[in-house]
Design a protein around this ligand. Structure first.
Ligand code: HH2
Length: 261
């Protein structure tokens, strides 16, 4: 899953695209490089960020979605109004970092559209989530949360086989807690739904490489973390650097098979 942030303030690639055309071109390049889908987002969720209005989010993402008509697209939004417009424009997956808690109309939009849904764990909200996150046992709490949100989605009419689950790396977790979550990914995989991980360039990568104050991580470190997540059963990788991840994960999968194909 290639990341296309159409935001001025995302932590690693904010302001990268001066125009919708530039974002569409970058997304097409990601698809050419082997991304199965591109995740278009118009609201940053970086720690400390405030939200944007529905109109502003639509203004950012609609031209990009129009430019990607016919391509496999996911919409990274917590707003039902954005999701509704995106699926009408062809988005196949709704990536909701609030796991259906942000907008009471979201579950209905996903159920009615037949889109796929990604449910992600977050402790707190972006504005405050990195202020001393606390867990007794991060792995079991994240898994219990996602199991409960999956039940809510199914009760709302979203077929279980349309839902994937994401532990929410960096969303109300310390670097150690993020690493513990990746190490313990098998518990989440055991719920039986495809697991998404978003480690790409996040500060945990930089911190694990010895930079205590890191705000972002390197591509190489991100690839290493993705391979470790793959080994523990992750199925979908939300990344900025598609070609590097596709090659590394293709090799990890080939080793797993013990054969080229
Ligand atoms: N991470 C970010 C945003 N959306 N969605 C899922 N499912 N999983 C993630 O880990 C995830 C996500 C944050 O990363 P990014 O989009 O690069 O930055 P920003 O939120 O600042 O736009």
């Amino acid at each position: 899953m290639g990341i296309v942030n159409v935001t001025p303030d995302s932590f690693s690639d904010g302001g990268r695209f001066a125009s919708a055309e530039a974002a569409v071109l970058a997304a097409r390049e990601m698809l050419d490089d082997g991304a199965a889908i591109v995740d278009v987002g118009g609201e940053s969720t970086r720690p400390g960020s405030a939200g944007v209005t529905l109109d502003e989010e639509l203004r950012r993402v609609v031209p990009v979605l129009e430019g990607l008509a016919g391509a496999p697209v996911s919409i990274d939004t917590a707003k039902a109004g954005v999701a509704r417009r995106a699926v009408a424009l062809g988005a196949q997956l709704v990536n909701d970092v609030t796991a259906l808690r942000g907008d009471p109309a979201m579950a209905g939009v996903v159920a009615d559209s037949g889109a796929y849904l990604c449910l992600m764990h977050m402790q707190g909200e972006p504005r405050s989530m990195q202020h001393s996150p606390r867990y007794e046992d991060v792995v079991s709490e994240v898994v219990a949360f996602l199991e409960e949100r999956l039940a809510v989605a199914v009760d709302s009419g979203i077929p279980e086989d349309r839902v994937c689950l994401d532990p929410g790396i960096g969303f109300g977790k310390t670097a150690d807690q993020n690493l513990e979550l990746v190490r313990g990914l098998g518990t989440l995989v055991a719920l039986g739904r495809p697991v998404v991980v978003g480690l790409s360039r996040k500060s945990t990568i930089g911190k694990a490489l010895g930079h205590a104050e890191a705000r972002r991580g390197s591509v190489e470190g991100s690839v290493g973390a993705a391979v470790a997540a793959f080994d523990r059963g992750a199925a979908i990788f939300r990344v900025h650097d598609v070609r590097e991840h596709v090659e590394a994960l293709a090799l990890a999968a080939a080793v797993e098979r013990g054969a080229i194909a």
